[in-house]
Design a protein around this ligand. Structure first.
Ligand SMILES: NC(=O)c1ccc[n+]([C@@H]2O[C@H](COP(=O)([O-])OP(=O)(O)OC[C@H]3O[C@@H](n4cnc5c(N)ncnc54)[C@H](OP(=O)(O)O)[C@@H]3O)[C@@H](O)[C@H]2O)c1
Length: 245
């Protein structure tokens, strides 16, 4: 293992896009701290780590302040070149009669879970790992947003109130974070992966054309590699196009 390899911490790395991101970054020689909320059940990730000494597995529940604090404590003083906030929840399946994030069934417990996971988690993690990122060579914090959080694209959609709201709120939080961390040389970027064949997309009920996780992760890798401190802080889709807010 090359001690000079850049280090990435990727959340929600046990499946879907997160798992593909682990393989993409490790494939390019990065050391990857791949986090999962239940490492004991992360069998696919364990398989990747078993075959690649660049990959280590860490427990992390991004909806839990205690879990975030414990991770930050374990890695105090260690440079982290890239914090990649990937983990998120859709919140509910649309196709099984649940309306917990639709008008008529709005559910506070689900709202709290979605907002804690999709908004608070990435921001708290960035707050507590800012010193690690600032101490690194690349100094990048990347978070996955979604076109579903875009007012101009999705302002007439009402299937996933909480998920849509969470990604719109996340965008604003990331702009504030960008403002605060810029003086420390940290680039805070907002990326979107496109439509990707994962459990989240299946839960949404969408069954049309979509990228594979590997295709999306390859594109996201290139975007991260090309990030500079001059990044304008706009949401960039995996195809390089700016997503309107
Ligand atoms: N797929 C798409 O088309 C699409 C489109 C736009 C944006 N995105 C974004 O892309 C990212 C990845 O989505 P995906 O499609 O790969 O979703 P996914 O297949 O549902 O995977 C979500 C990942 O997040 C993890 N996670 C959920 N809650 C967590 C928590 N509290 N703590 C730690 N990890 C948690 C899951 O872990 P568990 O296995 O423990 O649940 C899983 O590893 C998300 O930010 C999503 O919003 C996806």
């Amino acid at each position: 293992m090359d001690d000079k390899s850049p280090v990435a911490l990727i959340t929600g790395a046990n499946r879907g896009l997160g798992l593909a991101l682990v393989k993409a970054f490790a494939g390019h020689g990065w050391r990857v701290m791949a986090t999962a909320r239940e490492p004991a059940k992360a069998t696919a990730l364990a398989g990747v780590a078993a075959g690649n000494p660049l990959v280590s597995i860490e427990p992390l529940d991004v909806a839990s302040t205690e879990s975030i604090e414990a991770l930050a404590q374990r890695h105090r003083g260690e440079p982290i070149d890239l914090l990649f906030n990937n983990a998120a929840v859709l919140g509910d399946r649309h196709d099984v009669g649940n309306r917990r994030q639709q008008l008529g069934g709005l559910d506070q417990a689900l709202f709290v879970q979605v907002m804690k996971t999709n908004v608070y988690g990435p921001l708290k993690l960035a707050e507590l790992l800012a010193d690690n990122v600032a101490a690194s060579g690349q100094k990048k914090i990347v978070t996955l947003s979604s076109g579903l959080g875009s007012l101009s694209l999705m302002g007439s959609m009402s299937m996933f109130y909480f998920y849509q709201m969470s990604k719109a709120a996340l965008n604003m939080g990331l702009r504030a974070l960008r403002h605060d961390l810029r003086p420390r040389g940290i680039t805070v970027a907002i990326l979107a992966p496109g439509l990707v064949k994962t459990e989240l997309l299946a839960e949404s009920g969408y069954s049309g054309e979509a990228l594979t996780p590997e295709q999306s992760a390859a594109g996201l890798y290139q975007l991260v590699a090309g990030l500079t401190p001059e990044d304008p802080g706009l949401p960039i889709n995996v195809d390089g196009q700016v997503l309107p807010w």
